[in-house]
Design a protein around this ligand. Structure first.
Ligand code: COA
Length: 278
C-alpha cells in the first residue's frame, strides 16, 4: 500500500524487504522545495530501522528523478526572507542527504528521468545508482548563473575524472544515462522499461547479505577514500572489531557453512544468514 509523507511530496511502498521511496512532485519535476526536504527526512526516519526494510530505493514520480533545488521555493523565497531562512533551508537539504549517505540500510538511486544540480546530492548519497538510458544528467547551475553548490561540485570531482568534471560543470550540457554510466556517475544504465526489474534484482542480492557487514562495508568505502593507507588499515581493523560486537556469530557462521558444512562457496555467493547453528 502506497504511503505518503505529511505534505504528500514523498511517497513510498515497502515490498519484499525493499522500501521504494519516490520524490513526489511530478508537476514540478520533483524539484527539492524546503517542504520536500523536510518530508524526505521524515520518511527516511520512518523507514531506517524497520525490520521489514533491508534496502531503500530512491526514484521519482513522473518524467523526472529530481530537477535539483526548487529555484522559487528554495532559493528565491528564502533569500527574500534573509540569511537565517537560507541557512535553515540548507541545513534541511544537506541534512537528509547526509542522513542518506550514512543510512543504516543499503541504498540505491533509480534514476528514471531528469537529474540536475542539487539532485547530485541524493544521487551521491545512495550507495549504488542505476539510470534509464533516457535519463538526463546535468550541472545546470552555470546556465542560470551560480556555481554547482550544495556539494554538487564536490560530487562531480569525487565521481568524475578532472577533465570530465570541469567540462560537465562549465558547459551546462546534459548527458544521458549511458554516458553517465561510462563516466562513473551511475553503476549501469538500461532502457527505462527494464530499470525497475534490474534494481529489484540488485536489491534482492543485497538482502541476502549479512546486514551488519553491509553497513560496515558501505561506510568503509566512503571513509577510506579520504585516508592514508596506514589510517585506512587501522580504521578497517577497528570497524570490523566494532561490527563483531553487533554480530559476532554472523562471520563465524559464514566460515562454518563453508568449511564444515560445505553448503556454499563465498567466492560464488552469500552464506545463508537466516540459518545459524544452534
Ligand atoms: N525549481 C522550481 N521549479 C521547477 C524546477 C526547479 N528546479 N524544475 C522544474 N520546475 C517547474 C517549472 O517551473 C514548471 O512549473 P509550472 O508548471 O508552474 O510552470 C514545472 O516544474 C514543469 O517544468 P517544465 O520546465 O515545464 O518541464 P519540462 O519537462 O519541459 O522540463 C526540465 C524539465 C527539468 C528540463 C526543466 O524544468 C528545467 O530546466 N528545470 C530546472 C533544472 C535546474 O536547473 N535545476 C537545478 C537547480 S540547482
Amino acid at each position: 500500500m502506497t504511503e505518503t509523507s505529511s505534505n504528500g511530496v514523498v511517497s513510498y511502498d515497502v515490498e519484499g524487504g525493499v522500501a521504494w521511496v519516490r520524490f513526489n512532485r511530478p508537476d514540478k519535476r520533483n524539484a527539492m522545495s524546503p517542504t520536500l526536504n523536510r518530508d524526505m527526512m521524515e520518511v527516511l526516519d520512518t523507514l531506517e530501522f524497520r525490520d521489514d526494510v533491508g534496502v531503500l530505493v530512491l526514484s521519482g514520480e513522473g518524467s523526472a528523478w529530481c530537477a535539483g533545488m526548487d529555484l522559487k521555493e528554495y532559493f528565491r523565497e528564502n533569500e527574500a526572507k534573509g540569511l537565517g531562512a537560507t541557512r535553515q533551508a540548507q541545513r534541511e537539504a544537506y541534512g537528509w542527504w547526509r542522513r542518506l549517505r550514512w543510512y543504516q540500510k543499503a541504498t540505491i538511486a533509480m534514476v528514471n528521468g531528469w537529474c540536475f544540480g542539487g539532485g547530485y546530492g541524493p544521487l551521491f548519497a545512495c550507495d549504488l545508482a542505476f539510470a534509464a538510458d533516457e535519463a538526463k544528467f546535468g550541472l545546470s547551475e552555470i546556465n542560470w548563473g551560480i556555481l554547482p553548490g550544495g556539494g554538487a561540485t564536490k560530487i562531480a570531482v569525487e565521481l568524475l575524472p578532472f577533465r570530465k568534471a570541469m567540462y560537465h560543470a562549465m558547459m551546462g550540457e546534459n548527458i544521458d544515462g549511458k554516458t553517465a554510466a561510462e563516466w562513473g556517475l551511475v553503476n549501469e544504465s538500461l532502457p527505462l522499461d527494464q530499470l525497475k526489474a534490474r534494481v529489484k534484482e540488485v536489491a534482492n542480492v543485497l538482502l541476502q547479505k549479512n546486514p551488519v557487514a553491509l553497513k560496515a562495508t558501505k561506510d568503509a568505502i566512503r571513509r577510506v577514500s579520504e585516508m592514508t593507507y596506514e589510517n585506512a588499515e587501522d580504521y578497517l581493523v577497528r570497524a570490523q572489531e566494532a561490527a563483531n560486537s553487533f554480530d559476532n556469530d554472523g562471520r563465524k557462521e559464514g566460515i562454518r557453512q563453508f568449511i564444515d558444512e560445505k553448503t556454499y562457496k563465498p567466492g560464488l555467493g552469500a552464506y545463508d544468514k537466516d540459518r545459524v547453528k544452534a
